[in-house]
Design a protein around this ligand. Structure first.
Ligand SMILES: *Cc1c(COP(=O)(O)O)cnc(C)c1O
Length: 473
């Protein structure tokens, strides 16, 4: 499989070439040259496979530059019961009291209790493998307000050839998130607490990445949500969830996805393009409704900081959706020149764009519908799921469930993706049901472990100095 850029660069690249990269050189995102079609015989064979085998089969369709035996070993190393807590890896929980054929797909039983582990755990193994094969090292620099940073650290801890330098706003993450990240003692993990806000952290990452000489000398890379390998890993649980919720491979099923950067639901789009019979892809946002607005109107309008709300589903508090360009490229019949105009020119100049009627009309044919929720909706949904089904869900999953219930089709299973566990968002859970969520046994006592982090002023030069000291270059 070769990969191309959504903005037209057609230099042929294999999977291993784009694995360690972010944006394509022309500023676009990488996509496979085509989506492999999965036929009925293959679907029948896949239906009963264990998760790691299914992952191997799906990845094999997109990766031809890693030997099969190696890829199999990597998927089995990533998707183990000891990492995800259950042999099914992503079990379904039925919610019959809220609707027939309504399910939660558990994606949050990994080490950081959020679905980002699903892709990041595999990425850790792929990075270690590819760097080892090339005899190279990579220093991952990132900024986090919580979920992504911890998922990256837990995936990369102890991996050979990789170091992580993760910036976070000092004292501003939740106590649980701080404990999760700062208790890691692995020498290749570096937590840098910046005396500032999340935007200061992001500005530093940008400044360091723009210093091309420094970037090259210290082999600086990222693991952000536009990485194709992350998206590909997420395709697997759409197949796995579908097989568990249906009996035959021609039955339709729908998915509801709590969305921010459009990474998770874009994987659903890819699964659907491969032939998985997905009826609807229900996109759920919170008050930050950039994407809901697009799917209702055809207008994509990036929000400014003053218009980006801090909500009780914080991992969905986005002002723009960094993976969205991938879907628009497909929607426009893979017209790279038009995609470059919209995302390269219009977005920079006008802060958004509106698709023409003929461009937007086909969107419905891709199965997308959308909705949004408020803090009050989340509280009500958490309470209802708890009272009627005895299931405690987190705030992001509540956004998904609320919008899912607005888009049911009779007789079609609806699978709501559970993107985090309630233990991560105790304050809102307390507000909803009057008591604290349980903390999984493996994480009990986390907050009393010794911590390892370095406090620094919001200054790119200080961060560069620290990196230089710790990379031995
Ligand atoms: C990252 C995240 C999301 C949003 O996922 P996208 O891929 O950015 O759309 C939703 N819920 C939780 C808990 C997350 O961590």
């Amino acid at each position: 499989m070769k990969y191309l850029s959504t903005r037209g660069d057609r230099t042929p690249r294999g999977f291993a070439d784009i694995l360690l990269e972010g944006l394509a050189p022309d500023g676009g995102l990488y996509l496979p040259a085509h989506y492999p079609h999965v036929d009925v015989a293959t679907m029948a064979r896949w239906r009963t496979l264990p998760y790691a085998e299914l992952a191997f089969e799906i990845l094999s369709l997109y990766i031809d530059d890693i030997p099969a035996a190696d890829l199999k070993r990597l998927t089995h190393a990533a998707y183990r019961e000891s990492v995800f807590g259950t042999p099914q890896i992503t079990p379904l929980k039925p919610l019959p009291a809220l609707g027939e054929g309504l399910y939660l797909e558990a994606l949050s039983n990994g080490p950081t209790l959020a679905f980002k582990d699903m892709a990041m755990q595999l990425l850790g193994h792929l990075f270690e493998y590819e760097l080892g094969r090339r005899g190279e090292e990579l220093n991952i620099l990132g900024a986090t307000s919580g979920d992504t940073g911890s998922a990256a650290e837990y995936a990369m801890r102890g991996k050979k050839g990789v170091r992580v330098f993760m910036l976070s706003p000092h004292g501003r993450m939740s106590p649980f998130q701080q404990a999760q990240m700062f208790s890691l003692q692995d020498p290749n993990i570096h937590n840098i607490a910046v005396e500032g806000v999340f935007d200061d952290c992001q500005d530093i990452v940008k400044a360091v990445s723009n210093d091309l000489a420094f970037k090259r000398r210290h082999r600086i890379g990222t693991v952000n949500s536009i990485n194709w390998a992350r998206l590909l890993a997420q395709v697997v649980y759409y197949f796995a969830g579908y097989f568990r919720a249906t009996r035959a491979n021609d039955e339709p099923a729908s998915f509801a996805v709590p969305s921010g950067n459009f990474g998770n639901i874009c994987a659903g789009h890819v699964a659907r393009m491969m032939g998985l019979p997905i009826k609807r892809l229900v996109l759920a946002t919170n008050e930050n409704d950039v994407l809901d607005e697009f799917f209702r109107t055809g207008t994509y309008r990036v929000r400014g900081t003053a218009e980006t709300w801090e909500t009780s589903s914080p991992s969905m508090d986005i002002s723009k959706a960094s993976n969205f360009e991938r879907f628009v490229f497909d929607l426009l019949g893979r017209d790279a020149a038009r995609t470059a105009e919209l995302f390269g020119t219009d977005l920079a100049r006008d802060g958004g764009f509106t698709l023409g009627e003929a461009e937007f009309a086909p969107a419905a044919g891709y199965g997308f519908v959308s909705g949004r929720s408020t803090h009050a909706d989340r509280l009500a949904t958490i309470r209802t799921a708890h009272e009627r089904c005895g299931v405690l869900i987190d705030t992001h999953t509540a956004d998904g469930l609320k919008v899912a219930l607005e888009h049911r089709d009779a007789g079609v299973p609806m699978i709501v993706l559970e993107t985090a566990l309630p233990a991560k968002f105790a304050a809102t859970i307390r507000e909803a049901i009057g008591r604290d969520p349980e903390v999984p046994a493996a994480l009990a006592g986390l907050e009393s472990l010794p911590r390892r982090f370095t406090v620094m002023p919001p200054d790119a030069a200080c961060v560069q100095h620290y990196i230089a000291e710790h990379t031995g270059a």
